[in-house]
Design a protein around this ligand. Sequence first.
Ligand code: 6MZ
Ligand code: ZN
Length: 348
Amino acid sequence: VMDSDVVFYRELPKVELHAHLNGSVSAQTIEKLISRKPQLNIERSMTAIGKGQRRTLDECFEVFKVIHKLVDTEEDILMVATDVIREFAADGVKYLELRSTPREEKDTGLTKKSYIETVIKAIQQCKDEGVDIDVRFLVAIDRRNGTEVALETVNLAEEFMLSSDGLVVGVDLSGDPTVGHGRYLLPALQKAKNSGLKLSLHLSEIPSQLDETDLLLSLPPDRIGHGTFLHPDVGGSQSLVDKVVQKNIPIELCLTSNVKGKTVPCYSKHHFKYWYELGHPTVLCTDDKGVFCTDLSQEYQLAASTFGLSREAVWKLSQQAIDCIFGPESVKQQLRQKWNDLHPQVFK
Ligand SMILES: CNc1ncnc2c1ncn2[C@@H]1O[C@H](COP(=O)(O)O)[C@@H](O)[C@H]1O
Ligand SMILES: [Zn+2]
């Protein structure tokens, strides 16, 4: 017999807006990759942070390096992306925005362009198979790589926005927050915005980025990732909060990621509470479901149990995420219809 909570959260239709492709690789897929590349001597334990474990953010970034070694051909990317999409669908995610940093691998002939093409192919394949999920793609800029690479990435994103039949909808800014500065990336991000790409930026994921956050908020971005240190109680500032509120910029919140990455001391101190109580648009997301060993159902359940949300409140939260997607208005309408159709089944 299944726990009724488990069933409710899985059947709850969900929107996932913050998922890094290579952070989302499941244990099963990692096993398949390891068997393809036994000579690397990588073990599953090197690619994930298990239950009760916590690492610093620095250590998390070491984990991504290991995964990148395992995922370095078009074939790998195709398998990883199709597996990840099917897993999100099996978890009840009806709309997914995947993000990933195009990489070039000299040894395998992978280029940034073929990287993006392969992700798009995976999305298309899942669609053709009839997987019940609408998937879009955000091309990620790794902040470590500076101005030139950021511009190159934006140019590719612009090209694919026009040629991917609406699948490429925006650009993400991510990567190790301790490296680089937003000022070097502003021109590329501005260019992306001007060309019609949506922007989701990791902002204030660590303390003392007030200048950078203030600068990048001037764009403004269409969504914020984490925003952990925006509010004054944790060393942010009221003026940053006011800007986010005035511009009504939705925040993508990833509870387990922040707790396991030690930027938040425990679930009950997560900034979800601050923004939720303000009535500001917040969207629960997984960030890296493979690395942090979670899924979106579990994130909803954790938020509900930690902050005492009723099932009706949880439903509202997942429904309001529809307003924050980068897909077009027609897709929002379809999703709202889907939520209405599923309501009786979920609350049976
Ligand atoms: C934990 N908090 C985080 N903060 C910032 N960036 C993160 C991240 N988690 C993941 N990434 C970004 O996503 C990449 C892996 O997926 P892709 O190779 O792009 O598919 C990481 O290398 C990093 O740039
Ligand atoms: Zn992230």
